[in-house]
Design a protein around this ligand. Structure first.
Ligand SMILES: [Zn+2]
Length: 230
C-alpha cells in the first residue's frame, strides 16, 4: 500500500480559534441538544467532544447522560489515550468511544469538535452499504454544506466500518483508512452511527445536518428504485 496521503482538509474556521474551553463546551453541548431534537441521540446514546486548537487533550461528554440535558459541565478532560486528566473526575466514566474522537483530532489538526450520533437513518443506511465499505454521496446540492465544497457535481466517499466493541482495534482500522478517503467529513460504523467533525462546533453541526439530510434522501431514492442508489 502506498504511504498515507497527508491528511489535508479544505476547512478552517479562524473565528473559532479564540474560543475558550468553556465556550467550546457550551457550544458543543448546545449542538448535542440540537441533535437530540432531531432524533439523532436516542436513549442516552451518542457522544460529543471539543478541543482547543492545538491541544493534546480534549473534553468529551460523560457517558450515560441523556443528551437532551447535556451542559458544559458534563464533560471530562482526557488525553489522546482516553486517560482522565483531572483527578477530581476520576470516578466518572468517559465514553467507550473516546479513542475514535482522539483519532479524528490527531489526523485533522484543525478539528475543534467531533459529533457522534445514532439516528435511525444513518443506522439503516450503514447496514445497506456495509458490504460496499462505504457509499458515494454525489450530485446533491446539499454537498455544498461541507466546508470547501462548492459544487453539487462531485462525489464524496463516506466510509463505513464494521462495528466492534474492541475500541483500540476499531480506532486503528479507522485511523489507517481515513487518509485514503480525502476529503472526508465523516464515517459510519455499521448498525451503529455517524461520526462527523469540524473546525468549530457550528461547522461540525452543519456537517451533521447535511449528512442526515443526505441519508434520508438516499433512503427515499432507494425506496423509489432510483438507479444510483438501488
Ligand atoms: Zn456510538
Amino acid at each position: 500500500m502506498s504511504s498515507p496521503a497527508q491528511p489535508t482538509q479544505p476547512y478552517l474556521a479562524p473565528e473559532a480559534m479564540a474560543a475558550t474551553p468553556l465556550a467550546l463546551r457550551q457550544s458543543v453541548a448546545e449542538a448535542a441538544r440540537t441533535m437530540h431534537a432531531w432524533g439523532c441521540t436516542p436513549a442516552t446514546s451518542s457522544n460529543f467532544s471539543a478541543r482547543e486548537m492545538g491541544s493534546a487533550h480534549f473534553a468529551i461528554s460523560v457517558s450515560g447522560l441523556h443528551k437532551s440535558k447535556l451542559t458544559a459541565e458534563d464533560f471530562l478532560e482526557v488525553d489522546f489515550q482516553g486517560t482522565i486528566l483531572n483527578p477530581e473526575q476520576a470516578h466518572l466514566r468517559p465514553s467507550a468511544e473516546t479513542l475514535l474522537h482522539a483519532l479524528v483530532y490527531q489526523q485533522f489538526p484543525e478539528t475543534q469538535t467531533v459529533l457522534h450520533s445514532h439516528s435511525v437513518n444513518c443506522t439503516v443506511l450503514s447496514k445497506l452499504y456495509e458490504a460496499d465499505g462505504g457509499v458515494w454521496l454525489k450530485q446533491f446540492e446539499l454537498l455544498k454544506a461541507f466546508e470547501g465544497i462548492t459544487t453539487h457535481d462531485i462525489a464524496l466517499w463516506l466510509p463505513i466500518f464494521p462495528n466492534s466493541q474492541d475500541m483500540p482495534a476499531l480506532a486503528q482500522t479507522v485511523r489507517t483508512a481515513l487518509p485514503e478517503c480525502l476529503p472526508v467529513y465523516g464515517f459510519l460504523l455499521a448498525g451503529h452511527g455517524l461520526y462527523t467533525w469540524g473546525a468549530s462546533p457550528a461547522q461540525a453541526l452543519r456537517h451533521a445536518e447535511a449528512f442526515e439530510f443526505l441519508f434520508e434522501s438516499i433512503l427515499k431514492l432507494r425506496s423509489h428504485g432510483y438507479a444510483d442508489y438501488s
